[in-house]
Design a protein around this ligand. Sequence first.
Ligand SMILES: [Zn+2]
Length: 330
Amino acid sequence: MAPYAVDLLDGKPYAAAVWARGVIRADWWRRSTDGDVERKPFDTVTVLGDNIKVLNAPDTTDTRFARQTLLLGHRAQAALAALRVAIVGAGGTGSHVALGLAYLGFRNVIVLDDDLVETTNLNRLVTADHADIGSPKTIVTSRRMRSIDPMIEVQVFPGLTPAGEHPELHDVDLLISCVDHDGPRHRLNQIAIDTRTPLLDIATGVDDHLQPVALGGRVFLMLPGAACLTCLNELDSAEISRWAKPDHQQAVDRLHGYGTGVANPSVIYLNGLTVHAALAELCAWISGAREPARWLDIDLLGAVKSPGTQVGPRRIPGRVPGCIDCGYDK
Ligand SMILES: [Zn+2]
């Protein structure tokens, strides 16, 4: 059966699986360069749905997680170690995500960023200190994650580009968006749709034109086949088109007052609060303890009658028919 199926698939591998009671046996076949059909097993199989399950993930016996396993359970702790996760953006929010993943027990992580550490980052970049000024953010991030967990595997890559295919993102189980611009956020939205990969988008914003200053965050867990960020109307199309332009055209835009290039206000507690709200939902999704909130708003201003931080789930709308990004995805 397998050689027949391999020959029908024109070079693509053929896979088959049998599962029962949370255990799975899955193999794949393909024709090797010398013409033989080779057969290999899958180590783990990831199942996506209301929760994410990793079948056949080896148990984690590390006593570092003894107190956490009481909360999440052994199966979820094993899943954390087996999932391959991409952190896109290693700045203010990405640095909190990186530390959170290393402390939680994720052990297969890739980090993408182009930036070097600057003095003005040191009010919030929790992966870096003064000695790191001028070093790539990806390098300081991976070093800090390894200091927390010597068992962790961290690979680093340059940041997103407008037309980049980014094959390094095609074999991950989860994309975490920690970018500070809707251009790369939109590119990640497209990559998540094309590769049918879940996307956890983490965004923060400060509006210092208001008094008192408005601070807030948004967490969005996008699952394959569900509404995307464009369906939600949460992306700034002018910002996206500016990001896609060459540098000299972006400079002309700034001369005419579009995309000012002025650094936005940033503060550590807004990043930390938003990221850890996201990680709480991620762990609910992985452990199956409860249904995760797929869209959270974090508002540090609060209402006139009840000032103070408010974290509230929002209802996810259905997919928009004809959405330019996910409309062709069946
Ligand atoms: Zn859409």
